[in-house]
Design a protein around this ligand. Structure first.
Ligand code: FES
Ligand SMILES: [Fe+2]
Length: 340
C-alpha cells in the first residue's frame, strides 16, 4: 500500500460535462478526464502514445477522445479506434492505446485511483451526511501552495485559529480545553471535551444557550479531514476536506460544509460560504508562508502537547511513504489539554 492505492477527487461531477475534457494532476501524474458515450468518467494519462501530445488539449467526439496533434482517436477504455493518416488501411489493435486509470463517481465527485491493481481494495471516502434529508452542503475548492500533510494538519489544528482567524472563527479566551486523541485503523480521532461558545462570529446563532458542544475531529488516511460540531439537535455542521496532492507544494483542497440548521438550513448557504472562504483565504496565506520557510530551511518541527494530533497523522503518512499499511500500526490513545 502507498499513496497511489487511494482514490483522489479530480473534479466535481457537474464540471465534467459530456463533450468536455479536463486536464488534472494527481501525485505528479498528468491526467485527461472526460465522459465516454455512456456518460462514465474516463481518466487517461495526459500523453498521446503516438508522439506525446497532450490529450487534455484534444476534443471529445461521441464519447471518444481525439488527440490535438495528428488526430488519433481513443475510446473510453483507451483503445485506439482511428488513425486519420492510415485512413481505410487502419487496423484496430490492442497496442497503441492510451493509458487509462480506474474512476469512480460518488457524492457528486469524480475520483481516480492511480494503482489499477489496488483500485478495488479501497473505496473513496464517503462525505459525511452528504445528500441526507434535512442537510445541505456548500462546496469550496481551493489551491494551497503546500503539501497534503501540512494542509490536513491545519484543518484539524485549533491553536492556530485564534491567531490566523481572530474573532471570525475563535478568539483567545485563555480557556483550557481537554481532549482525547486516538489512532486506530489508519484514522486519527480527536474528541474535545469542554467547548462551548468560542466558535466565532456566529456563536449567538450556532449555540445561543452556551451549552457544551460535541466537537470531534478526524483524519482519514491518506488525505481527508473531517471536523464535526453538534451544537444542538437542530444545529449541526461537518466540515470535510479532501486534500488532493497535485505536486509536493501544490494541493487542491475540496471542502464540503454539510449542515443542518433546522428551519434556517435553506437560507444559511450564502453566509456560510462567505465566512468559510474568508477563513480558508487566511489559511492559504499562513500555509504559503510555512512552505516558503520549509523550502529555505527544511522541515523540522518542535511539538507541544496540542501537536499530538499532528504527530499521529505524520506516523500514518510515514507508513504509507514506506509502502506499508498504516492499519497495522498499534492502536494508541492519549488525553491532553491545551489553552486557547
Ligand atoms: S501525438 Fe497524438 S496523434 Fe500524434
Ligand atoms: Fe485555519
Amino acid at each position: 500500500m502507498n499513496f497511489d492505492s487511494f482514490w483522489y477527487i479530480v473534479a466535481e461531477s457537474r464540471e465534467l460535462k459530456p463533450g468536455t475534457v479536463l486536464g488534472r494532476k494527481v501525485l505528479g501524474e498528468w491526467l485527461a478526464i472526460f465522459r465516454d458515450e455512456k456518460g462514465r468518467a474516463v481518466a487517461f494519462q495526459d500523453r498521446c502514445p503516438h508522439r506525446n501530445s497532450r490529450l487534455s488539449l484534444g476534443r471529445v467526439e461521441h464519447g471518444c477522445l481525439r488527440c490535438p496533434y495528428h488526430g488519433w482517436l481513443f475510446e473510453g477504455e483507451g483503445q485506439l479506434v482511428e488513425v486519420p493518416s492510415e485512413g481505410a488501411d487502419f487496423q484496430p489493435t490492442k497496442s497503441r492505446g492510451a493509458k487509462s486509470y480506474p474512476t469512480r463517481e460518488q457524492d457528486d465527485y469524480v475520483y481516480v485511483c492511480l494503482d489499477t491493481e489496488q483500485a478495488d481494495s479501497l473505496e473513496p471516502f464517503s462525505m459525511p451526511n452528504y445528500g441526507k434529508p434535512g442537510f445541505a452542503t456548500v462546496r469550496l475548492i481551493n489551491r494551497f501552495h503546500n503539501n497534503v500533510v501540512n494542509c490536513a494538519e491545519n484543518f484539524i489544528d485549533i491553536p492556530h485559529t485564534v491567531y490566523v482567524h481572530p474573532g471570525i472563527f475563535r478568539k483567545s479566551l485563555r480557556q483550557k480545553i481537554d481532549a482525547t486523541v486516538t489512532r486506530s485503523g489508519g484514522t486519527v480521532f480527536v474528541d474535545y471535551k469542554n467547548e462551548d461558545t468560542n466558535v466565532g462570529w456566529f456563536s449567538w446563532f450556532l449555540n445561543p444557550t452556551g451549552d457544551k458542544i460535541v466537537h470531534t475531529d478526524s483524519f482519514h488516511m491518506p488525505n481527508v479531514t473531517s471536523v464535526e460540531y453538534i451544537f444542538s439537535p437542530k444545529r449541526r455542521l461537518t466540515i470535510t476536506s479532501q486534500s488532493v496532492p497535485c505536486a509536493d507544494d501544490d494541493t487542491l483542497v475540496y471542502t464540503d460544509l454539510t449542515y443542518h440548521f433546522g428551519v434556517f438550513t435553506n437560507f444559511a448557504g450564502p453566509i456560510l460560504r462567505w465566512q468559510s472562504q474568508l477563513v480558508i483565504d487566511q489559511d492559504i496565506v499562513a500555509l504559503d508562508q510555512q512552505m516558503e520557510v520549509i523550502k529555505k530551511y527544511g522541515e523540522e518541527f518542535s511539538n507541544t502537547k496540542a501537536d499530538a494530533i499532528h504527530v499521529l497523522v505524520e506516523s500514518i503518512r510515514d507508513e504509507l511513504a514506506a509502502g506499508r499499511d498504516p492499519r497495522a500500526l498499534p492502536d494508541k490513545s492519549a488525553d491532553f489539554s491545551f489553552w486557547v
